[in-house]
Design a protein around this ligand. Structure first.
Ligand code: ZN
Ligand code: ZN
Ligand code: ZN
Ligand code: ZN
Length: 224
């Protein structure tokens, strides 16, 4: 069972907002403005959310000179990476693979070594898929184009949803883990003690994490 813990936190000022308000806030946030120097470099503001779990969302400020590979790596680091599965972007009917077929005859898909300003523009919606077995699908949207000074970070995480809170199905205390077997049939969140009693065994337990990949494959959350 899920306890409400709604809100998207601005990483600049720490305030909480809803999904509509956060976009307006990021435009106006005084702390962000102070940290951003004027300049000619182009940046995209990109909203990312779980395709099926829209409560998980991130707002990114990405250099237009970064590549799809850089964006893929960021999504893996924050939300996705369990055991090095393949991934791809779907942008306007074209597919950009993390590991495209090198055979020119069979390799119809493009590689991710393409600069964002060659494929993205304001208003564009596109898809990212990680793992073609137990796929986690993300929906991305370019919400704005900005200019600013050159900087070293390719991707800045401007805002992100608060971690959702779950309660143990047995005792009602905060849950720290879920059973990756049972989660598809029923609520399968457990506290540490009740998890030890669960029939599937501890090997099936995965940690509660702030990601649309929670409970899938061996996903244990952000590394480090
Ligand atoms: Zn703010
Ligand atoms: Zn995996
Ligand atoms: Zn419990
Ligand atoms: Zn189970």
């Amino acid at each position: 069972m899920k306890k409400k813990n709604e809100g998207i936190k601005c990483n600049y000022c720490g305030e909480l907002f809803g999904k509509v308000a956060i976009k307006r806030h990021l435009e106006k946030c005084e702390v962000r403005k102070e940290k951003t120097q004027p300049g000619e470099e182009v940046y995209y503001w990109v909203q990312v959310q779980g395709y099926y779990q829209k409560e998980y969302c991130m707002y990114l400020d990405v250099s237009a000179k970064a590549s799809l590979k850089d964006l893929d790596q960021f999504l893996r680091d924050r939300w996705l990476e369990c055991c090095g599965h393949l991934s791809r972007f779907r942008i306007e009917g074209k597919i950009y693979d993390s590991d495209p077929d090198p055979d020119i005859m069979f390799g119809r898909n493009k590689s991710m070594k393409v600069k964002l300003n060659d494929v993205l523009y304001e208003g564009l919606e596109f898809i990212h898929e990680y793992d073609f077995g137990s796929t986690t699908v993300l929906k991305l949207k370019v919400i704005s184009t900005k200019t600013g000074a050159k900087r070293k970070e390719k991707v800045i995480l401007m805002a992100r949803n608060l971690p959702p809170e779950f309660v143990c199905v047995e005792c009602g205390r905060p849950a720290v883990q879920l059973c990756s077997c049972c989660i598809y049939k029923e609520d399968a969140f457990y506290c540490t003690e009740c998890g030890e009693e669960h029939e599937c065994g501890e090997d099936m337990m995965l940690p509660v994490v702030n990601s649309p990949r929670m409970g899938v494959c061996g996903y244990c959350g952000e590394k480090g």
